[in-house]
Design a protein around this ligand. Structure first.
Ligand code: MN
Length: 133
């Protein structure tokens, strides 16, 4: 099974996502940005779900730090956030996230996005999003 790291400081949200994923993936969790970075470096997950508002370091900073790690350049990172403002989402992409999804999450859409990124990686996801289709 592929491994997904979920970085989320809200316990209820974390449990919701864990329950959604645990049948199909190994789920690792972290509840603040620093712990998320440490867990990613240690476990090298196949994909990361990153909350943006997090204690210690936020999800934008955590993502930027992960992208400085040679082993994590190709790891898909999906931001899950209550920040619906375009500026916040654009900053997440600029920090190194591959996609953003706003809470409350659409479970089917999240599972589809995860499957797509886990199967295709970051590179193909860029192609998918290009105007050439
Ligand atoms: Mn949060």
């Amino acid at each position: 099974m592929k491994t997904i790291l979920v970085v989320e400081d809200n316990r209820l949200n974390l449990e919701l996502v864990e329950q959604l994923l645990e049948d199909d993936y190994v789920v690792i969790t972290a509840m603040d940005g620093e712990a998320g970075v440490a867990a990613a470096i240690t476990h090298k997950p196949d994909l990361i779900l990153m909350d943006l508002s997090l204690p210690k370091i936020d999800g934008w900073e955590a993502t930027a730090r992960l992208r400085t790690e040679p082993d994590l350049q190709e790891t898909p990172i999906i931001a899950l956030t209550a920040h619906a403002a375009k500026e916040a989402l654009d900053r997440a992409i600029a920090a190194g996230c591959d996609a953003t999804m706003t809470k409350p999450i659409d479970e089917d859409q999240l599972l589809e996005e995860i499957a797509r990124y886990i199967n295709n990686g970051r590179g193909d996801s860029v192609v998918t999003g290009s105007p050439s289709g």
